[in-house]
Design a protein around this ligand. Sequence first.
Ligand code: ADP
Length: 258
Amino acid sequence: DFSKRIEARQTDEVGNLAASFNTLASSLEAVDQKRREFLQNVSHELRTPLSYMKGYTEAILDGVARDREASLKYVSIIHNETERLQRLVHDLLDLAQLEGDSYPMKDEPLPFAQLISEVADRFELSAQQKAIQLVRNLYDEIIVNGDSDRLEQVVSNLLDNAIRYAPKGKPIRIILTEEGPFAVLMIQDFGPGISKEDLPKVVERFYRVDRARSRKEGGTGLGLAIVFQIVKKHYGELNIESEEGGGTTVVVKLPLFE
Ligand code: ADP
């Protein structure tokens, strides 16, 4: 129980010590509170797909699905929810590893433009389905230090979001430049943007501006939290510039290879 406080009115060393203890107790309490919130979120996120799966399985078993078509519809819902659970567990494990200190991260020189291009290629199909053009403007010479799988994951999560939240027909710009000792990757979309109030929270685990929309589009609410951890582990910076109605630009800065 971290809520206990030491009473101390003295202004001497004992008083100072008591004050330090109280500050420490408050921050432990805050950590504990975050941990509890996280567990609540995880439970909730796991429970939702599970209850769909249970409900539709029971409907089939009880003979509610009258014909083959109805059964197939139910099975396909169960399948979707299974996939959602799979993504969720995968992202959770990923995040737990990344947040730990012992996670092995490769440290190799990487041609960044090439890595970004390869990831963008994989998104061409889903972009085309929304008539979205991925406009690339990548400075070829840039080399960064890092873990290629993890940096691919950064680009992939960001493009995934941009395509998910951008409207049909609007382009997405992918820009790679150099700025002092940093490589700067910018992914810009012309989607709904993020309000001032929500902006500081979107990198938090499970925070979504529109839960229903994220769920419908298959999001886990962990994408940006994972991006943030990977960028941090590469001694980089993550900035999100966005305005409600004005699109979003995610900026990733990574130290250049030296
Ligand atoms: P999700 O799986 O829900 O996309 P993320 O952690 O990737 O989870 O993002 C958290 C939330 O931030 C999203 O639910 C969405 O509300 C908001 N968001 C992220 N990227 C964008 C974007 N490009 N445009 C608008 N909103 C975004």
